[in-house]
Ligand binder design. Structure first.
Ligand code: UDP
Ligand code: MG
Length: 344
């Protein structure tokens, strides 16, 4: 498998346009009280504009998923849901992480087309009308891809780009510079519902769905307010999740390394035997005994650790624990219950 590049994707349009869809905007929020007022103002205006332009059908709405925030996020979401008919909220029982919160929103929100985006206004809202156009032209999934990373720090840019390359090297099918800003049709969402994995890495999972896809480019803005909710610890954990949830290639690398080390040891033994039999320097050196011992010990421990990681994933997956619990909902569109699997 290889890294998908935008130009490798199917851009072809169908002659027949799909009907104007009911659009749901899904935003996971974790302690986002600083950005929510502006985000809501802009999104409510955007939905009104999309409806006026005939790109979104009446009934389109915004779905905030409060991922167990400890600040005033849920209070704000409830207030907005009472004030605007187009705002709804889903409150998780605790912080389950961005990927689970996003999945909860996707599996719970109604609508014919779902657009997932971050709450901090880093994702360009002007890309959404273009994504809807691509959907009407026939795409079931539309990926928004950053065409540059000027808003990111040098560290974030180089580490992120290096990580996409690593995933590609490991055979994970991901879209370069695409995070979780994407449009999915109801059909794609229903297919996603069938994937029951506990360890989510949506950007590696969704390309597995197939269907007709396309790409819309956008420029990522700096965060509107507040601080990143992805500190280094969470970023590393997502990166590790991305590898171990999507590919068993590291296990294969271990096998390869094991084979190489074994071959090296064989050659070393032949050399030692040669010295023993054909020369007078029969006392073997300390280094040739001790160095391989430490080296092999290290390689074995590392290998065991990686195998253990996969085993732990199998263990956790067999428990089939729910990925989230919904504690409360608000807003006119969510009164009739849920369609998510992981419901209370
Ligand atoms: N987020 C979440 N749960 C978490 C961490 C983050 O729902 O545990 C949300 C957050 O509120 C935001 C999105 O995920 O809407 C992306 O987070 P952030 O913007 O902080 O990440 P960054 O852009 O810095 O990578
Ligand atoms: Mg952000």
């Amino acid at each position: 498998m290889e890294l998908l590049h935008p130009w490798r994707l199917d851009f072809s349009t169908q002659p027949e346009l799909k009907p104007v869809p009911v659009v749901s905007l899904v935003l996971p929020c974790f302690n986002e009280q600083e950005v929510l007022p502006e985000t809501t103002r802009r999104l409510v205006a955007l939905l009104a504009r999309l409806e006026a332009e005939g790109k979104a059908a009446p009934g389109s709405a915004i779905y905030y998923v409060d991922d167990g925030s400890s600040d005033g996020t849920w209070r704000l979401v409830s207030e907005y849901a009472a004030a605007f008919p187009t705002v709804c909220g889903i409150k998780l029982s605790r912080n389950r992480g961005h990927q689970n919160a996003l999945l909860c929103g996707l599996l719970t929100a109604p609508g014919e087309v779902l657009v997932s985006l971050d709450a901090d206004l880093q994702d360009d809202l002007e890309a959404i009308p273009r994504m809807l156009d691509a959907h009407r032209a026939g795409s079931e999934i539309v990926y928004a891809v950053r065409h540059c990373r000027n808003a990111d720090s040098v560290f974030k840019r180089t580490s992120a780009e290096g990580y996409y390359r690593l995933l590609s090297f490991l055979g994970v099918q991901v879209l370069f510079n695409h995070a979780d800003f994407r449009l999915m049709s109801r059909r794609a969402i229903e297919s996603l519902r069938g994937y029951e994995e506990t360890h989510l890495f949506l950007r590696g999972l969704i390309p597995q769905l197939g269907y007709r896809t396309s790409v819309v480019e956008f420029e990522r803005a700096p965060r509107f307010a507040g601080e990143s909710k992805y500190p280094l610890r969470k970023m590393l954990s997502l990166a590790w999740q991305g590898v171990t949830s999507s590919t068993a290639y590291p296990l294969r690398l271990i096998t390869g390394a094991g084979a190489l080390v074994s071959l090296g040891s064989l050659l070393l033994s032949a050399w030692a035997l040669g010295i023993r039999m054909f020369t007078d320097q029969a006392v073997p050196g300390w280094a040739s005994v001790v160095i391989p011992m430490y080296l092999l010990g290290g390689v074995q421990l590392l290998s065991l650790g990686i195998i253990g990681e996969y085993l732990a994933k199998v263990y956790e997956s067999t428990k089939k624990r729910p990925r989230f619990h919904v504690e409360a909902v608000c807003g006119s569109k969510l009164g009739t219950g849920f369609c998510g699997k992981d419901q209370p």
